[in-house]
Every structure is written in C-alpha cells, then in structure tokens.
Design a protein around this ligand. Sequence first.
Ligand code: NAG
Length: 921
Amino acid sequence: MRKLCYIPVVAIWIAIFSVVGGVDRNNFKTCDQSSFCRRYRAMKKGESPYQLLLNTLKEGESDLQVSLINIKNVVHFNLKLTALENFDFRLEIDEAQPIKQRYRVDYALKGEPATRKLVVTERTSESITVTNGHNKAVLHASPFKIDLYNGKTLMMSLNAQGLLKFEHYRQKTEKPAVPEGEEAVEPPAPVDEAEADIGAWEENYKSHHDAKPHGPSAVGLDFSFPNADYAYGIPEHADSLALKATTATDPYRLYNLDVFEYELNNGMALYGSIPFLIAHGVEATAGVLWLNAAETWVDIEGGAHKGSNVVSSIVNFVSGSGTPPPPLEARFVSESGMIDAFLFLGPNPETVSKNYAEISGVTPLPPLFSLGYHQCRWNYNDEDDVKSVDAGFDQHDIPYDVIWLDIEYTEGKKYFTWDKIKFPHADDMMKNLSLKGHHMVVIIDPHIKREGGYYVHEDATSNGLYVKNKDGNDYEGWCWPGSSSYLDFFNPVVRDYYASKYSLDNFWGTTLDTHIWNDMNEPSVFNGPEVTMPKDCVHYGGWEHRDVHNLYGLTHIMSTFDGLLKRSQGKLRPFILTRSVFIGSQRYAAVWTGDNMAEWEHLQASIPMCLSISLAGMPFCGADIGGFFKNPDSELFYRWYQIGAFLPFMRAHSHIDTKRREPWAYDPETTSLVRSAVRRRYEYLPLWYTLFRHHEVDGLPIMRPIWYNYPKDKSAFTIEDEFMLGKELLVHPVTKSGLTEVSVYFPGEKDLWYDIDELELFSGHGTKTVQTPKEKIPVYQRGGTIIPKKMRIRRSSALAKDDPYTLQIALNADGLASGSLYLDDGETYEYQKGQYVSLVYHYDGTTMVSQLVDKEASFASKSWLERIIVMGVRKAPGRIVLKSQSVGEQEIEFAFNPNKHLLVIRKPAVPIAEEWKLFFH
Ligand SMILES: *[C@@H]1O[C@H](CO)[C@@H](O)[C@H](O)[C@H]1NC(C)=O
C-alpha cells in the first residue's frame, strides 16, 4: 500500500512522488551504482584464487571443516560442510580470523536444522569425497570446487565458474599525510581489488551518504546445474516465472524496497526477498537457499534461458552449431554476512520443496475465514461507510468474510489508536460485524510517529526501542505520519513490547475477530536512500542495517504474530498480511504482490509473481483484485475477480484516489459476474482448506506451475498463463481484453480434464481452444481426483460451518479416483490436539469408500454429505447401496446423464465425519 501523499513535506518527497505514470528508476540503484555489485560483476570467470588446504581437514559427527585460502592475499577462511537430515548439504564459509564478527542470519530458519552422519569415503591429495546417504559431495582443492551428486547424477557444482569471492573485513589504510612543501605521491596500489573501487569505504547515492565504517565485505559464489534447463524462484520480481538470462541486463536484485508504481518484466527489487532458487530440467531438480539478509544480486545464465540479449541465440542459429547449451548457472552476491548455502539435491520438485520446508518452515493452517473473500480499500472512511459496505454485500447477495481498514482509521497515523471522530464506536462496529460471521483487518505499520504524548513514541524513546543512526541517536525518517522513527524488532524486548500492544486491553476497539495487516515493513522510509533505511543505521546487537535489511519485515510480523497469539491466550490462529517477506515469513503471514495497477499486464503478472512466491515456500499469496492504482473498466474488473477466486489469497483493494469499486459499483451485469466469481470461491472453500492442511503437513506449494506436477514435460517449463491448485485443478484465467477464446494446455499423456461448469470431460492431453464468454473461468478438474465442495451460499464462511458437503469426482482413464477432505473448527489450535477429521475417498466403479486417516482424531461436525457427483461414468449402475454405522444399509437415489456420462448420487445423507461405503450394483 504505497500511496501518493497529499501532505506537503520535504523536497525529497516531491522528487519521489512527482513522477506520474510509472516507477522512477532514478530512485533505485542499478548494479553499476552499487559498489559491491559493480566489483563482483567485473570479475572474470575461471580465475578463482581460492584453494582448500586438505591437510587441515577436521571431521565432526555430521560435518567436516577445512581451511580455504585466498592465495592472492593469503587470507584464510573456514569452510564447513554439514550433512542435513534429508540427505542434503549445508555449506558455510566464514573468515578464520575476522577483525569483526560477520552477521549470521537469525529468525529465518524454523530451528536448528537436523543433521545426519557425514562419512568421508575418499581422500586424495586433490580431493575429499563425503557421503550423506545416497548423496555425495566431492571437494576439489585447487582450483576450489565442490561437486554434488544425487546417486550418480551431478546435480550442482559450486565455484565451477571460479566466481567465489569473499571480502574479509580489514582496517582502513589511511593515506599518508603529505608534509607541507612536498609533492603528493600517488598512494600505493591497494593489495586487494576490493579496495580499488571508489565505493569501497564510503558510497554516495543521490543525496545519500553511506559511511561504510567497516569497508568492503561482500561475498559471492556461483552454482552450476548441468542437468537443469531453467531456474525459478528468488522472488520478489515482477517478471517471468522462468528466470531470464541476465547476461545483457542487471542481475535480479533482492533488496526489500517500497517501489512506487513498479514496472513489469524486469529484475528490479520489490518488497520481498526470498533467496531460494529451484533449478529444473527433465532429468533433475535441485535447489539453493542462499541464507543472507543483506542486499543481494543474482545473475542467471546458460541452460535454456532466454535473456533480452537475443544475439547469442541468433549466432547459434546462424552457425547451426549442434553443441549443447552451456550449463545453467546462478551466481549470488551479497553485500555483507557470510556464505551460508543450503544445497538441495532433489531429484524432483517435490523433494526439493519438502526438504526446503523442513528447514524454513511451512504456513500453519490459516483460520478458515482468511481463505474467504476480503474487501479492502484505502480507505473505508468511517463507521457508516463500513456499515453500508457490509449492507451492500447483503443487498447484492455476495458473500464476504473480511472488511479492511487502511491507515486513515488511526488518529494521525498513530498505530494502536483510532480516529474517534470517524470511529467513535469501533468496538460496537466490530461486534456487529462478528454477529454475521465477518471479521475485520486493520493496518499496523512499523514506523512510529514522533509526537510528544503518543505513548508508543514516549515508551520507545525512553526505553531505547528505536533503530539508531550511525551516530547512535534514534534514527528519524519520513513516513505516513511525517517525522517517524522505526522500532528495532531485532531486540527481543521490542518484540515483546510491540506484541503486548495488540492485547485487547491495550488496543481499544479491537476484538478477537480483528486481525492485522503489517504494511510498509521493508521498511519504507520516504526520504531514505531508495525509499528505505540507510545501511549505516545500527540495530540491536550492533549490527548494521546493511547486514539485516531483508529480515526487518520478518521480525515485524514475528512480533505481531506473537501479540495476536497472546491476545487469545494461545487459543486462536492469527491472520496477518505482510508486504515485506524473507525466508521464513510463511510461518507467520500471507503476502500480496503490493501496489499493482489496474492494467491487464498487471493481471497477467499476478500469476508468475504468485507462482514464484509459492515456489519459494510462501503459499498464501494474492494480488490486489482490480489493481491498486488507476480505475479498471468493468471487463478488467470482473476478469480480475475470476482469477482472484482461484489465487490462494483473495482480496480487492484500491488507492484512495480511485473511484469506489465495491462489487456493485458498476452495472448489474458486472455485479452478477463478480457475484459468480466470489461464489465460486466459497463453493471450493473446503478444497482450499484441505489444500492448506496438506501444505502444513507436507510443505508442498498449493499454487503450482504446470511443470511442477509434470516435471518431465518440457513444453510446460515456461508456461505462466495457467497453473494448478494442488494436483486437482488446472486454472487458465482470461487475462486479456476482448478474448472470446483462450488456448489451454492440458498436460499429462494419460490425463483427462473435466470442465467444472459443464461437469463433463473436456480434453485429454494437448492444447485445446476454450470459448470464454464473460462468465467463463476456464478451470478443469483432473481425472482421478475427488474434490470436496459446499454448494449453499451464505453471507460468510462462518455461517456455512454446518452446511452439507458435495463430493465432485472426476474419473481417470481407468475409471478410478481418490481424494481427501480435512475439517476442524476453523479457528483454534485444538486440531493440533486431535480435534479434526481427515478423510480419504476412493472410487473404483464398484465401490466407493470414505475412510478416516487418523482414527484417534475426531471433530464433532454437524455437516453431512448431500451429494456425490461422478464425472466420466460410462454406464449407469443398477442400484447404489450405502453402508455406514449411523445410516445402516440403504439404497440411495441417483440420476444418470448418458450424454454427459454424469452420475449424480442424491442425498447419501451420511454424517460427513463418518466412514462409509457405497456399492454400485
Ligand atoms: C451496531 O448495530 C446496532 C443494531 O443494528 C446499531 O444500532 C449500531 O448503530 C451498530 N453500531 C455500529 C457502530 O455500526
């Protein structure tokens, strides 16, 4: 939620916001304007000065340590290779004798990673070979290189390009003073090229000065993937799903920034940074987690990647050379910190995701309401406005779960306060919403207004809770409230203090049905360098902002999560939306793609953006429906709802200067199209909830690229206009204006795909044209699956709690299907103590069974099964008999449509949480 500001403030402000109609690139550094990126990019391949001193090898229980030396400047490093529990490896390189400790990333990982025994299997004068189960690492001494194998397959090589570089901390060598009268002599050439760069010891960017008291300290390493075609992940960028080669452009940048009106199709930094990359090919999938929270740039080249540089492919074409393309390479460079990389050796997408989730955590099962529809705007002005929007949903018969309040609800942008003129009865308003099963989300940003008498500011000032500037004083910047300071969430005392502000006693107007939106947490500083905090600011523990920048938002939401948890004595699941993310943010919050625009290209971009975020471990992703800036026409508006209904997080949001656009703000036809899309969301809510539970258990993404489920299908590697939800649904939304048809790719040699509107078989493998009248959302159920649904439409998910279920079955080519349903109370943690129902269903044409996965678990659901729909049935059964404990043995009614091959079993009327069996005679 970056907003145009109407408060006249400092000149710099005008400089930032004066550009109309697009990002002001001048506000953001290019690689060439960033000293360390420039230095590292100037390196030549194959000149690595690093060697392992193999005689220093020390073997531990689960790791080995060995000295690494830079032979050019004779600086020593410690290299540590650890065997992880899931047969992957962790590589750490740090200085052997640092004059200053280097930052080790905290908070991002789920905990201390579990390890296994590392076995040294071979030592020669040139190399060491170690194994971790079926995986193997070979460390070559000179030139230094590590090859990593899964079985016999080489999955990745480190420093194969020779681009390892580790700038040790050093004392600044002062220029000798020149005695008066004598001529100045040229200072001696620096011993290390790090020193030669003009920005090594201090750096200017526009009007900002970075003092860099610790000098050059960057680290970088290259990774090669000989069996991969494409790299994916490393969000957040408004770019293609398959990363592009960066040979002719800047590298992808990871530096959490509040980018006003961001541009599409490039690797500029955005709000979040998750340095996790997946390299994928037909034969192998591998992953790298680069655990570093400093500004990071990632170069991609080789493999099947296409860059903006078409010259090389033209040359290849002209020369007709049949030589294989060079291997896919990814090179990470960070401004400070150490080299700490987790190396996931696959061999397929699911093992990579699963093992990455073991390290960084999963999104815990969200409260059910948060999977419903969210209505947001900057701003719903006052209580009457909230009341009338709420009434509008009733009038137009559109379900919704949450209404949101942006910054204007506060008193003068002082968080944890209310504007008492606009919201005098906030508590009543909240209770009224709750009565209809609705929730509210209010915004809380991390900047604090510097105003005497504002208790948070007074507490923070007197207790030293703010981030400090380089001189040790409270850092001051500009944000929504004007002059602001920033809480230092790296300090546990600050996190506890802030968490306590969320208690119902401390935050008047809120109830247990109020949840939180943490925005502006990159952090956004309007007058700071690149609209963020100066890198020489100092955090708790003495760490520079430079070291921890990309972690700031994570520490913010950690504190909020803790506060919401404590607010209910640990009983209720919090819902938080965050804009800034890092590795591990998925454990606390949902994310959205920030301030997009009401343009078709932005609608299109929401798919690859959320797919990249999902691949990087954050499943709960969405994009502002309608586009944040500008006014969508009615076609863009309803098409956006249609895609929004099938993204994990479904929220409409808009800028304060846009026209009002509640679902009924256009003509009746548009309202009706929006209504159908929102209802579709609610119909499939049991599937969404089940998918989120699966994610919590297995760590796999919910929204997936096609190739993820079909890893050997090369033609799917660059598809980014369609995606899958779990393995059940294929979604190909309409993302262009005026389209009367779209071309849908149906993967899977043997798979069958059923149209969820027509309830009949639509296609087998291949590409097929689909007619797309206004109401059409091309969504297909994969044959072989069973999907749970709820068909009755209520005002909110809470009011549908006891409603009956429908099972929608799509048969595969062998006439089989299976699926699952998970349910619990939808809001508490009781499910972790066994208060839930998890069922699997199997259908084989002669029987269908419902079986409890965990017989110890139970949940008293009042819901029952009202309908079973079976698509792809060849022949009508004679009789269908149901057997269950509560119902006994009963013949049940059904209808068969021979043209559609559709069997509808009416009213099995068995409790949903029960085991049962159907017999088809
Ligand atoms: C809450 O609902 C009651 C009953 O409809 C109404 O009188 C009151 O004005 C509502 N309060 C707010 C703040 O909307």
